[in-house]
Ligand binder design. Structure first.
Ligand SMILES: Nc1ncnc2c1ncn2[C@@H]1O[C@H](COP(=O)(O)OP(=O)(O)OP(=O)(O)O)[C@@H](O)[C@H]1O
Ligand SMILES: CC(C)(CO)[C@@H](O)C(=O)[O-]
Ligand code: BAL
Length: 277
């Protein structure tokens, strides 16, 4: 049985009955296999799982796709039921922001200004603000986030660390289509041709990650993207696992963001840098 609640009062009364560790999976709905993997991981490891579904206006810029963002609550509930999730919290705007748009919000710091933060000013402040609110409302002991949104995961981990929030943040590897495309709610906006072009993102990451020295990694990934006229690249970045400068050797991350038509997609991959023979 999956209970659906919309208000913070109803949420609190269901949570009062919950025994053991509470895990939260936060989403903006339009659920897919990536979200379902987060739910499965949470169910395996925690006694009680709550899924939140809320398209957070605070994290969208004025020219972004807030209005257009897919809203599919009935299908989402089916997905949560199929995964045996006991509780779904799908609040309205006033349930999350009862005093209107907050005048005090989270400051993501320097890590929030690079990559996605540079392209989407204000995005991470809005995202961290709602994550902090939803952590409080759901009384979560553990929260699961996807590595697909790698910078988001890193920022949430840092917020939990720096503000000493009593919650453990766990990352879950990116779920992909068989052809490599990272699952994303926004994929549904892609035409067949755009979807074909969008494969360049994961292909670029794979080709890049097959190399070991930083220059070859970036050059190989860049070539794949440059050869695909259907994508407009926002950034391709090789970093350390903490999103700082890439090391000469050892674990690193390669990240990409690009538009296919009007749909903006992001992806990233883990790799190990080493001296090439
Ligand atoms: N392919 C995926 N693999 C693993 N986790 C994912 C994947 N896609 C999304 N998630 C995670 O699901 C959670 C909710 O994400 P969200 O609802 O924004 O979905 P999304 O597919 O990332 O949508 P969008 O198209 O808006 O980027 C986040 O923690 C996100 O990282
Ligand atoms: C974490 C999140 C649910 C906050 O709105 C959102 O950024 C998302 O879906 O990744
Ligand atoms: N999955 C990240 C949420 C966003 O794009 O706003």
């Amino acid at each position: 049985m999956t209970a659906l609640v919309h208000t913070r009062e109803d949420l609190a009364s269901v949570l009062d009955e919950a025994a053991g560790e509470i895990a939260v999976v936060m989403t903006m709905g339009a659920l897919h296999e990536g979200h379902r993997q987060l739910m499965r991981t949470a169910r395996e490891r925690s006694a009680f799982v709550v899924v939140t579904i809320f398209v957070n206006p605070l994290q969208f810029g004025p020219n972004e796709d807030y209005e257009k963002y897919p809203r599919t609550l009935d299908d989402d509930l089916e997905a949560c039921r199929a995964e045996g999730v006991p509780l779904v919290f799908a609040p309205g705007r006033d349930d999350v922001y009862p005093h209107g748009a907050p005048s005090i919000t989270m400051n993501p710091g320097p890590l929030g200004e690079i990559l996605e933060g540079a392209v989407r000013p204000g995005h991470f402040s809005g995202m961290l603000t709602v994550v902090e609110k939803l952590l409080l409302l759901t009384q979560a002991d553990v929260a699961y986030f996807g590595e697909k949104d790698y910078q988001q995961l890193a920022l949430i981990q840092r917020m939990a660390r720096d503000l000493e929030l009593p919650v453990e943040i766990r990352g879950v590897p990116t779920v992909r289509e068989p052809d490599g495309l990272a699952l994303s709610s926004r994929n549904r906006f892609l035409s067949p041709d755009q979807r074909q072009s969008a494969l360049a993102l994961s292909r670029a990451l794979r080709e890049g990650a097959a190399h070991g020295d930083p220059e070859s990694v970036v050059a190989a990934a860049h070539k794949i993207l440059a050869d695909e006229p259907g994508v407009q690249v926002d950034y391709l970045a090789l970093t350390g696992t903490d999103l700082g400068p890439a090391p000469e050797q050892g674990p690193a991350r390669l990240l990409v963001a690009a538009k296919a038509g009007t749909t903006r997609l992001i992806d990233n991959i883990a790799l190990t840098l080493h001296k090439e023979a």
